[in-house]
Design a protein. Structure first.
Length: 598
């Protein structure tokens, strides 16, 4: 498996070299060049669709923007092909940022509609802005491709296209196997969990849009040079659909799938021309059948079949990992953080989920937060970690104000959390889940990811070794390569703890980690929490299991109807009449009365 990607890239290069040598005539070569251009679009769009999990049906709009920009820059301003490409890439990249903006609010179908609207707007501007675009007649007499005044021959231009597609495919493959690909997949699966791990989801979505826009823009410029003529009817909605289909048919998220998809959808219409009137029908019917038979796309289905046929991957050797004692331990001065929450009030409509609640988790202690269902415990965790904004009150971590900060920034300050209803990246492997949690500790940037620099490789190795060590720590080594969603419930909870720890937090908030666990699993959890605390991590533990609290907690705070009714050592709490009345007295009745929320 290690050598699969290099071998594929070698074959790809060999094909690109061989085609012009074997092409029978200029028309054949031209058609192949058209495929190369579509390939560039599809490979870029794959970042958006396959990695970031977003749908764009406006890619023809970006392609048109690139085409017109390139054509105008070369005809009016005399730019050569490099200058036109750079200009077109900048212009379409800016529109990529613009298109990413709506994702702050809308996803899925709504986002698809926004991108369709974008495509229609571009098409209309191209028609109406006659002085610039030539209106419906379009722009003709685009110069032959040239670099620094030297005209490129047909073969030289082919070389430019082939090298561009090859390099883009390689760069995007590198992106996919870097922190950027990993976190884009993570954001697509659970934005909530991503934010809790300090992952910048908005930034990643914008990056995905910009990459897909820039590649479409460059492809558009190449198209202008290849065609020497462009007009608005070349960039219609059905072209957007075709670009999206290239990615999905080939296999979204795979490295070569979009290239194969682009190839098929370039050649298929040519081949189907013999059916004349039935061409469109045959095209649609064929797509329908293929997508029905291969829902993962061609490459995706091949990979899936291959994974099923080969023997299961051997469990990772725990020796590949580094012990948590070295990867998670803090310097003396950075030891366990202190959390101070002062008079927090959180209202939902008329209901006060928290009223005037204050709590202090001292550095290095295990602090239990208990209370009947609906008392406001999860609300407290959500407020501290920046998911809810308090209506009143404030909280600080080691004197640093948390109120008003984004959850991802709070995570980066050293606060990690788990969720009452586990929030894993279900379709990623167990190991990748933990590696995503490590992301905030990685420092390499986009360029280093694209080029796979030594720094990137070193940091990725550390990330992997730390993750493997963490899996050993929570007893999941043997599941490292499984998809997270297939883990039994109890193990999913452990994975979530391992992932939260990967960022090396100084305070860990655990929201009912023992809920749904067996007695044996609860004993394991108890040992695990002790070891985590021994690494120098303060812990806020929300729990219902009295035995676990008595065994672990240094201090217990009791919430009832959003108010702190007691805060003391475990023994004192157990004897406190108010607590007995509110909590130990008749928990079942109370839970029912409160509505057993969240
Ligand atoms: P606990 O975790 O102690 O069981 P929660 O903090 O989940 O309690 O809930 C406290 C109260 O706040 C409940 O009545 C719950 O229905 C309400 N609540 C929690 N989150 C929300 C929300 N996002 N919107 C509206 N009401 C909420
Ligand atoms: Mg809760």
């Amino acid at each position: 498996m290690r050598y699969l990607a290099p071998v594929c890239f070698f074959i790809f290069a060999a094909i690109l070299v061989a085609v012009p040598l074997t092409a029978g005539n200029e028309y054949e070569l031209r058609l192949f060049m058209l495929f190369l251009i579509y390939g560039i679009i599809a490979v870029g769009l794959n970042v958006l669709v396959g990695l970031a999990g977003l749908v764009s049906l406006g890619q023809a709009g970006l392609f048109a923007l690139g085409s017109y920009s390139g054509a105008i820059l070369s005809t009016r301003l005399g730019f050569d092909i490099v200058g036109s490409c750079i200009g077109a890439a900048i212009i379409s990249g800016l529109f990529g940022v613009l298109l990413a903006y709506p994702t702050v609010r809308v996803r899925g179908v709504y986002l698809a509609v926004v991108t369709i609207a974008f495509g229609i707007i571009v098409e209309n501007v191209a028609i109406e802005w006659q002085s610039l675009t030539g209106g419906t007649t379009g722009l003709s007499s685009i110069p032959k491709p040239n670099i620094l005044g030297i005209r490129l021959s047909g073969f030289a231009f082919y070389g430019v296209l082939a090298v561009t597609l090859f390099v883009f495919t390689l760069l995007i493959h590198n992106l996919k196997i870097s922190r950027f690909g990993r976190t884009m997949l993570a954001v697509a699966q659970s934005e909530t969990a991503s934010r809790a791990l300090g992952i910048n989801s908005t930034g990643l979505r914008t990056l995905a849009f910009v990459i897909s826009a820039v590649t479409a823009g460059i492809a558009g410029t190449f198209y202008s040079f290849l065609n020497s003529y462009i007009s608005p009817d070349i960039f219609t909605f059905s072209d957007s659909v075709r670009f999206l289909l290239m990615v999905i048919l080939g296999g979204a998220g795979s490295t070569f799938g979009p290239v194969i998809g682009a190839y098929l959808l370039t050649y298929l219409p040519e081949y189907l021309q013999q059916f004349q009137l039935w061409q469109k029908f045959a095209y649609g019917a064929l797509l329908l059948v293929v997508m029905f038979a291969l829902p993962r796309g061609i490459v995706g289905t091949l990979q899936w079949a291959f994974n099923r046929l080969r023997p299961p991957a051997p469990a990772l050797a725990a020796t590949e990992g580094l012990p948590v004692e070295t990867t998670l331990r803090h310097e003396k001065k950075m030891l366990a953080a202190e959390l101070v929450a002062t008079a927090l009030t959180v209202r939902f409509g008329g209901l006060s989920a928290l009223s005037n609640a204050s709590l202090r988790v001292k550095g290095g202690e295990i602090h239990a937060l208990i209370g009947p269902n609906g008392a406001g415990k999860s609300t407290f965790v959500n407020t501290i970690s920046g998911f809810y904004r308090p209506d009143e009150g404030r909280c600080e971590l080691d004197g640093v104000e948390l109120t008003g900060r984004r959850s991802l920034d709070i995570a980066r300050l050293g606060l990690a959390r788990t969720f009452q209803n586990t929030e894993l990246f279900g379709e990623m492997s167990v190991l990748e889940n933990v590696m995503a949690g490590y992301d905030q500790r990685l420092t390499y940037g986009l360029t280093q990811a694209l080029l796979r620099t030594p720094k990137m490789r070193r940091e990725e190795r550390e990330c992997r070794q730390t993750a493997i060590g963490l899996l050993a720590f929570v007893g999941l080594s043997q599941y490292a390569n499984e998809e997270a969603r297939f883990l039994p419930f109890g193990l999913q909870r452990r994975l979530e703890i391992a992932r939260a720890l990967a960022g090396r937090p100084r305070l860990l908030l655990l929201d009912e980690p023992a809920a749904g666990l067996t007695t044996q699993e609860i004993d394991d959890l108890e040992a695990m929490v002790r070891r985590i605390a021994a690494l120098g991590v303060s812990i806020l533990l929300i729990e219902h299991h009295v035995d676990l609290i008595m065994a672990l907690a240094d201090h217990v705070t009791v919430l009832d109807y959003g108010q702190v009714i007691a805060s003391d050592n475990p023994t004192a709490i157990q004897d406190d009449p108010r607590v007995i009345e509110a909590y130990f007295g008749a928990p079942l009745d109370r839970a029912a009365a409160v509505g057993a929320g969240a």
